[in-house]
Design a protein around this ligand. Structure first.
Ligand code: ZN
Ligand code: ZN
Length: 470
């Protein structure tokens, strides 16, 4: 195998780090540091995580909770964990109601008729067969809509045009996503008949981005769709002509709340040799939206955490603590798997010594931040020294939160580790038909997996109390 520049530099530097960090006070023993070095070499040269994403996207594809794809994904995950040599593999049921996407027909009907590319927001109601047609009322932001008088909105189709910022940290998403989650409810409260918004996404292609919307009020629910970025621009340009702009929307989505569908958290363990009840938890979500094949959201994470556990499982001896991989169900529709996990594992949450999830980013990890007890900080310093050769800087703020599902779990007092990747390109693809395997950069995924492998091994071997005293 020809080594990439990344692999060569990691191997050289890791050798240096594991040799240099040999002070008497180090957490890992000399033998463990040697084993970590071997493990780093394995993870930095293996394409296992990529092969797992390739398998998931090829053999399963889209997997929204409760769909046939999701059922196949659950079976796929159980089989894959068994094949990878996990010691225990099981599923825990998660229930939800049925939602069927259907189709969207969207067009400007006046003053200059043009078809518009749009997608239903997740769990939107439909319009009925006739569709709806109404004048558009435009707001630049959700806050502007919230502040608006109901008389401006009543009987109209509300359009929120806020454009998500492209940032390496991905923080533009947090500022933009409120309109998607709450916009339809706010518009409905003021009498709107439909809600359209610029996609929460950074691409300039004509694909719209889906994602969950939530109805606050069961009585007033209106159809909600996202427009592609160029179509949102087109609509704005027509509005600038200062003539009434009329919009037609037909959404055949069905929200069948009386129909229960089942998903499952899929859980697998490499069982600890000394403290098996103590858990290092690694998360990703197994479900995806029903468009694309769920490669970056969150096939990447699934590949990384499964490969991490598999690499550690290949060592001669199990580490002291258990490494538990949790592939959460129904993340996309409201962190359902994480909520169920908290219910199912309330009694043993105290035994979760530290947790990390991967549910963001396409690029290399460039920063890490922990959230641990003060006395554990020197241990995190040591972990940082093992990760520095991979290009991971150490943010010492000690306020890290688990991503996505693991955020809920770390909010319950489980110590967290957060790894931040380059997120510049992620929201070009996120929640679109373009979320496919070709977007995955194998070399970046290899670095990501090496980082998780080092972290998981360290946390599983370190005789350190990460948890803050209550
Ligand atoms: Zn996700
Ligand atoms: Zn998502």
């Amino acid at each position: 195998m020809i080594k990439t520049a990344f692999q060569t530099s990691v191997l050289l530097l890791t050798t240096l780090a594991t040799t240099v960090f040999a002070s008497e006070s180090s957490v890992l023993t000399k033998a463990q540091r040697a084993e970590l070095q071997q493990l780093t070499t394995t993870a930095s040269t293996s394409d296992l995580s990529y092969q797992i994403v390739e398998s998931l996207t090829t053999e399963v594809g889209a997997r929204m909770i409760g769909t046939e794809g999701d059922k196949r994904a659950i079976k796929w995950a159980v089989d894959k964990m068994n094949a990878l040599g996990f010691d225990k593999v099981w599923t825990e049921e998660v229930a939800h109601f049925q939602w069927i996407r259907g189709d969207v027909e969207a067009k400007i009907t006046a003053p200059f008729p043009q078809p518009i590319k749009a997608i239903a927001l997740g769990e939107s109601v439909g319009t009925g067969e006739q569709g709806i047609e109404a004048d558009v009322v435009h707001f630049a932001t959700l806050a502007d809509l919230e502040a608006a008088d109901a008389t401006r909105v009543d009987g109209k189709i509300v359009f929120v045009s806020y454009r998500m910022e492209r940032l390496k940290t991905g923080r533009g998403y947090g500022k933009a996503v409120g309109a998607r989650v709450r916009g339809a409810s706010v518009a409905a409260e003021k009498g709107a008949v439909g809600f359209i918004m610029r996609s929460v996404g950074t691409a300039n292609n004509r694909l719209a981005h889906t994602g969950i919307t939530r109805y606050q009020n069961d009585e007033r629910r209106i159809p909600a769709v996202a427009l592609s970025n160029p179509d949102a621009d087109l609509l704005i340009n027509q509005l600038k002509r200062n003539k009434p702009v009329r919009f037609f929307l037909k959404v055949t989505a069905m929200r069948n709340e009386v129909v229960t569908v089942k998903g499952a958290n899929v859980i697998g363990e490499i069982t600890g040799s000394q403290w098996p009840e103590q858990i290092v938890a690694l998360g990703a979500h197994l479900d995806s939206w029903d468009v694309g094949t769920g490669a970056i959201d969150d096939g990447l994470g699934v590949g990384m955490v499964m490969a991490t556990a598999a690499h550690i499982g290949q060592l001669d001896k199990r580490p002291k603590r258990t490494i538990r991989v949790i592939l959460f169900a129904g993340e996309e529709v409201g962190l359902l798997g994480a909520k169920q996990y908290l219910i199912d594992h309330q009694a043993t949450l105290k035994d979760h010594v530290i947790a990390a999830e991967w549910d963001f980013g396409l690029g290399k990890i460039y920063s890490m931040q922990a959230n641990v007890a003060e006395p554990a900080i020197p241990a995190i310093d040591e972990l940082a020294s093992y990760l520095a050769p991979l290009g991971v800087a150490y943010n010492t703020a000690n306020q890290g939160r688990g991503q996505s599902d693991m955020g809920l779990i770390t909010d319950q007092g489980v110590p967290a580790m957060n790894f931040t990747p380059d997120g510049l390109r992620y929201f070009d693809i996120h929640h679109t038909e373009n979320d496919t395997l070709d977007k995955v950069v194998p070399e970046d995924l290899q670095q990501n997996t090496a980082v998780y492998t080092i972290f998981a091994y360290f946390a599983a071997q370190a005789d350190v109390e990460f948890r803050k005293a209550n």
